[in-house]
Design a protein around this ligand. Structure first.
Ligand SMILES: *Cc1c(COP(=O)(O)O)cnc(C)c1O
Length: 326
């Protein structure tokens, strides 16, 4: 498959602190993928932009919440590859750009604020399609990337990541019992599930980890998009065999709280825990809730003291520097 190198890989796999009566914890540092301050989208963008270049694209268009990490990393990819980049963002243009918006602007992207509410994904996608049509009419060859880069092509980045995790764990002398991570648009989840399916097909009889997504958006918790379907599509675009059944997809939605991007008591506690125990910086929108789900499952005794659990830190640091009213 066409691929451009944008991420610094492999990312480190770090041993976490000893946990009383809990599993051994490992943190896969996908916050350190490098591209434009890093995060999970760099892996997807290697394949999305590989395809864009193969298609002769002259510009990238994508979409996200106001503080979208995916948009910031797409802007970074556009800068690296010399592609004009347009971002369709929720909310209104603030007086002062902060966090991901500040970086996207610095990478040279055009920021289009739609005024949409923070989780109005449908209207954002419609705005992305309208802008793509407009740019096409102007003579640009636009590659238009849906929310989170969660297409079959983008998800291939996490098929590759699954193999990377398995080989790092093997080098460290264990097979993980579970891989836990934060999920919102489903592409990371689909890639890991697809990677696991391909692994099972080529390593019969071997132990494989459970793939446990902590859902931080209402859609993914309710089953949209279908992660199983996206995983099957990802296997097919890359030409791998493996079976993914709908019931293999696990989204733990108990840590979402009232809605996307609204912190919870558990996510605030997890944010402090991560900072104090590993100097891991987790953000309120994504990784603090993912970490809350990890710690919550550990506390509820899901894993034993002989188990190894890998938490994939998917990034999100720029959001930490955004001033909030509350
Ligand atoms: C996008 C994102 C996720 C979720 O990944 P999806 O593939 O969209 O489910 C998790 N953490 C961070 C920091 C993200 O930016």
């Amino acid at each position: 498959m066409p691929r451009v190198r944008l991420a610094t890989l492999p990312t480190p796999l770090e041993a976490g602190p000893a946990l009383a009566n809990g599993p051994r914890l490992w943190v896969k540092r996908d916050d350190l993928t490098g591209l434009g301050m890093g995060g999970n989208k760099a892996r997807k963008l290697e394949f999305l932009c590989g395809r864009a270049l193969a298609d002769g694209a002259t510009c990238l268009v994508t979409v996200g919440a106001g503080q979208s990490n995916h948009c910031r990393m797409t802007a970074a990819a556009g800068a690296v590859l010399g592609l004009e980049t347009h971002l369709v963002l929720a909310g209104d243009r603030p007086a002062v750009l902060e966090g991901n918006q500040l970086l996207s602007d610095r990478f040279g992207a055009h920021l289009h604020f739609t005024g949409a509410g923070p989780a109005e994904w449908g209207s954002l996608e419609i705005a992305r399609e309208a802008l793509t049509d407009e740019l096409t009419a102007q003579g640009l060859v636009a590659t238009s990337i849906p929310i989170g880069g969660s297409t079959a092509v983008g998800s291939v980045g996490y098929i590759v990541a699954f193999d990377e995790i398995m080989s790092q764990c093997r080098d460290a002398g264990f097979v993980p019992r579970a891989i836990v991570f934060t999920s919102s648009s489903g592409g990371t989840h689909a890639g890991l599930v697809a990677g696991r399916a391909a692994w099972i097909a080529t390593h019969p009889g071997e132990m494989v980890p459970d793939i446990v997504a902590i859902g931080v958006a209402k859609g993914v918790v309710a089953g949209f998009p279908s992660v199983a379907e996206l995983a099957r599509d990802a296997l097919s675009v890359v030409g791998l065999t493996g079976t993914v059944d709908d019931d293999e997809v696990e989204v733990d939605g108990r840590w979402l709280g009232p809605d996307y991007a609204i912190p919870t008591a558990e996510s605030r506690a997890a944010r402090g825990w991560a900072a104090h125990n590993g100097a891991w910086v987790v953000d309120d929108v994504y990784t603090a809730k993912g970490m809350a789900g990890l710690l919550g499952n550990i506390e509820q005794g899901r894993w034993g003291t002989d188990d190894d659990v890998v938490f994939v830190h998917t990034g999100g640091q720029p959001e930490v520097f955004v001033r909030h009213e509350s």
